[in-house]
Design a protein around this ligand. Structure first.
Ligand code: DGJ
Length: 721
């Protein structure tokens, strides 16, 4: 067996990925899914022979391997892994593997396959890495180098993994502002399901995690395979099914024509494509959560309770109003006070000042110190909103440096979005302006966190002089900027925000500590937004704020208990002018804050679970401690059901062998105001709890009360034996 003809078995966290390299061609997946155990070379070869499809003569004589970078040169007619051209020539590839090794990696990683290949005719070199985390999560990345004379235009690099024929159904996410990450399901039909966005950010409607699974797969049932493009610019997701029986899932960067042109010796490196598998979505998500949590720099609990000023004051920054808000925040137990938009330059509304990163002397004649000191004296730390990539044309920086603004061909300015344009951070002058401005603030003030916003899509914004697509360069510049600021200010936390949840992906999460999942703080909408964001993002990174009694983004009025119980399952914050809250409301909010502080150890470390509840009016989600000692669940009703009472609902994720006492939990201690007032009381609730083994609670379930629409009940399960 030579170095370029072998099997590789990556095995960790209950997941096996078996790859075969033959005749020095790119690796082909033999198996991706459940752990296959310890298999020697002969067993891996036998497995490959056993599952190899019959060569059928069309489209090519002999087998038609589809590698992790699918190539037309094997006869495969579908989506291609490496596309590009050399002045129109060499549009396809036939890579020959020149080196391959399997190496051990430090935690949170386990092992990696590192492979080099060349295509002499196309003049390309390739470095491919396939890496597996201890949680079983897999990621792939390919670097393409121009090894010949002349320019090579890269059209795209799309790592892809095959899924078995039993993956008959697709699920991915879509959405819009205030309704980010809405799921859509569709059959895995013949042809290509493609989700490509040119927004300069993943967008509200990013596919996020493109999943294929067994028919009807749910949170706890059915095998499911999912891929994610860890890239904060333009993304491309592809699910392709061909009549040959091939089903592929691919994810990567969406490049515009001419965006990446490699001079001799230059390299394009694709973003990481993450791939997760599990029995049910919870297991697939759990592998992502476990990997994130095992990173050395994953934010350690406790995650502070935030009060953010945006919905409380918007642009009305007056010191007395803000200090009064800080007083009220401290009174309810908040631990961080984040000053949102409106503190700098001429930013009295959203038409001016963006890009001028100096504290407004008109609004804050003594700088931010009086507010910062006040906040810190109350025992809270201080956070600040910024939007570093953007400018208002009505700003000092745009007037002084119009050449720093991204433009289309011919110098045409893209149409404004929220009255703003985009700074070209690939320009060293623009980059230094932003870096120096933010750095000066971080040096002067004790700023614990930045809320990093991004309120317009990049649209036609291109690089000078010819308007070449800028997203690739801009995205790397943003990563550099974040890395540099964090290196200079260790401990600084950053929240990723883009008009809400428009920039959430696993690469921005390597340099941010929180996602602002949506500008919708309406608890009704938040149930879905948070559930689907948690496909990748664990609760401690998921910003969830308690809104004012009437959510400003929807005009929906919801009781405080509901708003709190929904926000509880994230990184809790408050987005409400607390100075207007009645004393009784503040007291109740303080109870919830105290409850969050008490339970955040569990909420921010445990396994996130969801029950498969067939009734669309209801949902049950929770967090179970890894040692199985306890769990906290939310039984949520978002609409009136066509059935009542609900059937027994599984409490998922408990230790099957232990016995649990289940009780109501949190500040909601009775069904008053939550559950329908008809009928007789529910037996076990009336008895003050019930004791059952974990196996029964998961497999048989527990009768739960009929809730009013938009009501939540919390349940605690505590192991008693
Ligand atoms: C959009 C964000 O999503 C909001 O939370 C707020 O920070 C505003 N921008 C401020 O302009």
């Amino acid at each position: 067996m030579t170095a370029v003809d072998r099997h590789v078995h990556l095995r960790a966290g209950g997941v096996s990925l078996v790859l075969a390299v033959h005749d020095a061609r790119l690796p082909v997946v033999v198996h991706w899914g459940a752990d296959l155990g310890d298999l020697d070379d002969a067993a891996l070869a036998a497995l490959e022979r056993a599952v190899a499809p019959q060569p059928f003569g069309y489209p090519v004589d002999g087998p038609m391997p589809v590698s992790v970078l699918p190539e037309a040169s094997t006869g495969w007619p579908g989506v291609r892994g490496v596309t590009g051209h050399r002045a129109g020539g060499a549009p396809t590839t036939r890579f020959v593997v020149t080196g391959l090794r399997v190496v051990d990696r430090d935690a949170p990683w386990s092992q990696a396959l590192e492979l080099t290949a060349r295509d002499e005719a196309a003049g390309l070199g390739l470095d491919l890495v396939v890496e597996q985390a201890r949680s079983g999560l897999v990621r792939l990345r390919a670097a393409v180098t121009n090894r010949a004379d002349g320019v090579h235009d890269v059209a795209g690099v799309l790592p892809a993994l095959p899924v078995p024929a039993r993956a008959t159904e697709l699920l991915d996410l879509t959405g819009h502002q205030l309704r980010e990450r809405s799921p859509q399901r569709l059959p895995f039909a013949h042809g290509r399901h493609e989700r490509t966005g040119h927004r300069g950010r993943p967008g509200f409607d990013s596919a996020f995690l493109l999943c294929a699974g067994e028919q009807g797969f749910g949170a706890r049932t059915g095998e499911v395979w999912g891929v994610h493009a860890a890239w904060s610019g333009d993304q491309r997701f592809v699910a392709e099914r061909s009549y040959h029986g091939v089903r592929l899932l691919g994810a990567g960067e969406a490049l515009a024509p001419g965006e990446v042109r490699l001079a001799p010796g230059e390299t394009y490196t694709s973003p990481w494509t993450y791939a997760t598998w599990g029995h049910g979505l919870d297991a697939a998500s759990g592998r992502v959560h476990d990997w994130l949590r095992a990173r050395p720099d994953h934010p350690a609990a406790p995650r502070p309770v935030v009060v953010n000023t945006w919905e409380a004051v918007t642009f009305d920054h007056t010191l007395s109003r803000l200090t009064a808000l800080a007083d009220a925040a401290a009174e309810v137990g908040a631990e961080r006070f984040v000053l949102d938009d409106g503190w700098f330059g001429g930013r009295r509304d959203d038409r001016a000042g963006l890009g001028d990163w100096a504290v407004s002397p008109a609004v804050y004649p003594d700088g931010l110190w009086p507010l910062v000191d006040h906040v810190r004296a109350l025992g809270m730390d201080f956070g600040l909103w910024v939007e570093p990539e953007m400018v208002n044309p009505d700003s000092d920086v745009a007037r002084a440096h119009p050449e720093w603004i991204l433009r289309a061909a011919g110098g045409r300015l893209p149409g404004p979005g929220r009255h703003q344009q985009v700074l070209n951070l690939a320009d060293p002058g623009a980059y230094a302006h932003v870096l120096d401005g933010l750095d000066a603030l971080l040096v002067e003030y004790p700023i614990a966190s930045l809320k990093w916003d991004h309120n317009r899509e990049l649209g036609e914004g291109g690089l000078p002089p010819d308007g070449r697509a800028a997203v690739h360069a801009q995205t790397h510049a943003v990563y550099r900027l974040l890395d540099e600021l964090r290196a200079r200010h260790p401990g600084l936390e950053v929240e990723t925000c883009a008009s809400g949840g428009g920039r959430v992906d696993l690469e921005i999460l390597q340099r941010t500590d929180r996602v602002w999942a949506s500008d919708s703080t309406d608890a009704h909408e938040r149930v879905g937004i948070q559930r689907w964001t948690s496909l990748l993002v664990p609760p401690e990174l998921l910003g969830a704020h308690v809104s004012s009694p009437v959510a400003p983004t929807s005009d929906r009025a919801l009781p405080l208990d509901v708003r709190c119980a929904v926000a509880l399952f994230g990184h809790l914050g408050i987005e409400w002018d607390l100075t207007e809250a009645a004393p009784a409301e503040r007291a109740r909010l303080a109870q919830w804050v105290a409850f969050y502080r008490e339970r955040r150890g569990l909420l921010h470390s445990g396994r996130v679970v969801h029950a498969d509840v067939p009734d669309p009016a209801y949902g049950l989600h929770g967090v179970v401690a890894h040692d199985g000692s306890q769990a906290l669940y939310a039984w949520v009703c978002t609409a009136s059901s066509d059935t009542w009472p609900p059937p027994a609902v599984p409490l998922p994720g408990l230790d099957a062998a232990r016995t649990y006492r289940v009780t109501l939990d949190g500040p909601i201690t009775t069904l008053e105001g939550v559950a329908a007032r008809w009928g007789v009381p529910l037996g076990w609730v009336d008895d003050g709890g019930v004791e059952l083994p974990g196996a029964l609670l998961e497999r048989v379930g527990l009768a739960l009360p009929v809730l009013f629409a938009d009501r939540v009940l919390l349940l605690r399960a505590e192991a008693v034996a």
